[in-house]
Design a protein around this ligand. Structure first.
Ligand code: XIL
Length: 385
């Protein structure tokens, strides 16, 4: 047993003794209250705690999921329904149905509501991929941003305005937007969004922002926007992490650097994969077919206790960092509500069984859930003594 697992086990046993805490959502088919406390209450003085919700939940077809979200979270993000291909499938037609439902759900339950996402190179409709000139691209972009931001003005709390615009080396990703509008499309998008709703928080969102070159590129981008007087309020660190990395020190440097520019940090898509990563394998190519491979899908039937503990420890470490910088962090959002619906069962390899979140396939809180609540209580008690 490593020192940190030992520490967690001791802490957890003390916690059970002191608070009578157990896993919430214990029984299949029934959502129970959690004596230990709910995420949104436990971290209420630190940051919002959110979850991405899928279409099934928004459509009201996942009643356990709905109860879980309302019980534990105070922020929501739409996993897919607001992406361009779904909400704006044809040049002249929008499909608002699911987004309206998503927003009604958030308003009714007093949740912080995120719009995800206005400009992204992925999940685009065909007509956009077929554009061949700058004028038309600018028109599409303007119409898309104006229509959505105006429609949901005063209802949404934050927009992921631009998603994943950077390459790993910090250069600008080549996309249909950069191709036809140049580097300036990011500034255009932020300026249009700010004009359509001056109050809503505007976020640049990306993955691997802990990487020094990407961090530098974001800092450069933000300074450019600020120099032009274009509003940007926050940086979204997606947080698709693993048991092994990224190093906490690098995440910390990014949190501090973004905050130093006057921006708020949002952890927007947190999940921690417990499965092998194809990119870690020597010579592995993502195009390689791993379907059905047990090396790549080792916990098909169950997750071993050692991995469950490692996940709890990793979540504890990550949350210790978040708590240290809670003055800089507005929100921590998990990408999905439970292991069953996590996109990491199908990415980067289809059809695996992953365990990246705080709730298991039966909506039951895992020890990772208890570990971060115990951590908060431990820190709080240090201040009390
Ligand atoms: C993912 C969804 O979770 C999947 O259901 C979908 O098939 C692909 O997109 N970065 C983002 C998210 O900003 O929108 C992505 O969501 C995950 C990576």
């Amino acid at each position: 047993m490593t020192a940190s697992i030992k520490k967690f086990v001791v802490l957890f046993s003390i916690c059970i003794g002191l608070f009578g805490c157990g896993n919430g959502y214990r029984q299949q088919g029934k959502v129970e209250t959690t004596p230990m406390g709910h995420l949104k209450d436990v971290f209420k003085h630190d940051f919002l705690v959110g979850a991405a919700v899928n279409e099934q939940l928004i459509a009201g077809k996942d009643s356990l999921g709905l109860t879980l979200v309302i019980g534990d979270y105070n922020a929501i993000s739409p996993e897919n329904v607001m992406k361009w291909m779904y909400i704006h499938p044809e040049p002249e037609s929008f499909y608002f149905g699911m987004t309206d439902k998503y927003i009604d759900f958030g308003l009714k339950n007093n949740l912080y509501i995120v719009g995800h996402t206005l400009v992204w190179h992925s999940q685009l409709p065909d007509y956009l991929n077929e554009v061949k000139d700058s004028f038309l691209m600018a028109q599409y972009l303007e119409n898309h941003i104006n229509t959505l931001v105006t429609r949901y003005e005063g209802k949404l709390d934050a927009w992921d305005v631009v998603n994943e615009a950077l390459n790993e080396d910090g250069t600008l990703r080549r996309s249909i937007f950069s191709k036809y509008l140049g580097d300036n499309y990011i500034g255009m998008a932020f300026a249009l969004a700010a004009k359509a709703d001056p109050e809503v928080k505007l976020i640049y969102n990306d993955y691997n922002l802990w990487k020094p070159l990407k961090r530098k590129a974001v800092l450069r981008l933000v300074r450019q926007l600020q120099a032009k007087g274009i509003k940007i309020d926050g940086i979204g660190l997606q947080g698709h992490w693993s048991l092994k990395g990224p190093p906490l020190e690098e995440i910390e440097k990014s949190i501090v650097a973004f905050s130093d520019l006057g921006l708020k940090v949002h952890i927007t898509e947190l999940d921690i994969t417990v499965l092998p990563n194809p990119w870690d394998l020597e010579g592995a190519e993502i195009s390689q077919n791993f379907d059905g491979s047990s090396i790549m899908n080792p916990y098909k039937d169950r997750i071993p206790d050692s991995i469950q503990n490692a996940l709890a420890n990793r979540y504890q470490d990550v949350f210790r960092l978040f708590l240290k910088h809670s003055d800089k962090i507005d929100r921590v959002t998990f990408w999905g509500i439970n292991d069953q619906v996590s996109w990491l069962n199908d990415w980067p390899i289809k059809g695996r069984t992953n365990y990246p979140l705080l709730f298991d396939r039966k909506y039951k809180a895992k020890i990772a859930y208890d570990s971060i609540i115990a951590l908060k209580k431990e820190i709080a008690s240090l201040y009390l003594n």
